[in-house]
Design a protein around this ligand. Structure first.
Ligand code: FAD
Length: 345
């Protein structure tokens, strides 16, 4: 029988990325129902030093494939390595980050091992209710209590669709960075390390990396930000973002945006929060002049504290806000920024 909740970790320049640790956290939650081990698959070269960290964040086991072929991400060797791991261990579930790497490798793996893949999921849980178990059984699932229900936005984000993959294993999903929550780090937590060998041949490396050049553009990673001040169409113009930047500066926050402002060319795309932008989960999210369209809310609703400023008291953003301020952001934000600076001084 297929067994184990496997997470394909992501590493860049030999460092494990948060998206994998978030998925390990989610896998520990699935384990409460499935009772299978959480197994992280770590691919790279000279990366054994990262293994303990993965145990600290909840993995029971790490399958390590360490090979010079896997030093940098290249589609073919990574696809082969994941497929070999699946053949050897027969996982029940396999999760990938919906990052550029995960989006490249996961569909190739799915097609080679002939299973399904649900992309860009925002929610995962095991089938539990009688109705869900009956549905699974009716679809030919011999072990309905082991079925993974995978939820993702569909039809432009207007509905949430829950999908399942009842007849083939592993049940696979990609999950966007920032959607799932890491569990608290516990440095006393230990696990089992399994070193796994893949026989690569020269033919597996079908491209040559001549040089890896890091972008010199200072790009922001909103998914890691603890505080975000976001502006929407209500800021009025590119210059209108000055009050947003000033507020962010006072708080030591990052600047975010709705898609309307990105489309208008007021701010860069890497600041966009939402379904087609970043999914964020900061301690504080301030939505200023943002109406609260479902596609925006999908990317920020899990923030710890949401403060909304909008001059329209019936704006939908107030439905997800913990604190709502009805008024003109151009008048409110400078006063708020002053107050924060005075408080900090
Ligand atoms: P608006 O909806 O125009 O709202 C502006 C708000 O500002 C209003 O509520 C108004 O009352 C308020 N306001 C105006 N002046 C002031 C003032 N002076 N002070 C205070 N408040 C003021 N959107 C995203 O954000 N992220 C996404 O990833 C995303 N993906 C999408 C994917 C698809 C497939 C589709 C179809 C749409 C997507 N959208 C996304 C667009 C989304 O539907 C909305 O159009 C967008 O979020 C609206 O941006 P907004 O709230 O800034 O603008």
């Amino acid at each position: 029988m297929s067994k184990g909740i496997f997470v394909v970790m992501e590493q860049r320049y030999g460092k494990v990325q948060n998206v994998g640790l978030e998925l390990v956290g989610e896998a520990t939650r699935l384990k409460e129902d499935l009772k299978d081990d959480v197994v992280a698959v770590l691919l790279g070269h000279d990366i054994k030093g990262e293994v303990d960290k993965i145990f600290h964040y909840g993995a029971d086991k790490v399958v390590l494939v360490d090979d010079p072929m896997l030093k940098d991400y290249v589609t073919e060797p990574y696809t082969k390595a994941v497929c070999e791991v699946i053949k050897a261990f027969d996982p029940e579930i396999m999760l990938f980050g919906a990052s550029s790497i995960g989006r490249d490798v996961a569909p190739r793996v799915a097609s080679r091992v002939k299973t399904g893949l649900v992309a860009d999921t925002t929610g995962l849980r095991m089938a539990k209710t009688q109705e869900e178990l009956d549905k699974e059984a009716a679809m030919g699932n011999a072990t309905p209590e082991r079925a993974l229900l995978m939820t993702r936005p569909a039809f432009g984000g207007n509905i949430m669709a829950t999908l399942m993959c009842p007849r083939t294993k592993p049940q696979m999903a990609t999950v966007r960075p920032g959607v799932m929550k890491m569990i608290a780090k516990d440095e006393t937590r230990k696990g089992e390390l399994v070193e796994f060998k893949v026989d690569f041949t020269a033919a597996d490396m079908n491209v040559e990396i001549v040089e890896a050049v890091k972008s010199d553009k200072k790009s922001v990673d909103l998914t890691e930000a603890k505080l975000i001040v976001s502006g929407g169409r209500g800021v009025g113009s590119a210059e209108g973002f000055d009050v947003i930047r000033d507020m962010a500066d006072a708080l030591g926050a990052e600047v975010g945006s709705s898609r309307a402002c990105v489309d208008a060319g007021w701010i860069e795309k890497d600041r966009q929060v939402g379904q087609t932008g970043k999914t964020v989960r900061p301690d504080l999210y301030m939505a200023c002049g943002i109406s609260g369209a479902i596609q925006h809310v999908a990317g920020m609703e899990n923030s710890e504290l949401i403060i909304a400023i909008n001059k329209n008291e019936s704006a939908p953003i107030f439905e997800v806000a913990d604190l709502g301020i009805v008024g003109d952001l151009k008048q409110i934000l400078p006063k708020l920024a002053d107050a924060v600076r005075k408080y900090k001084a």
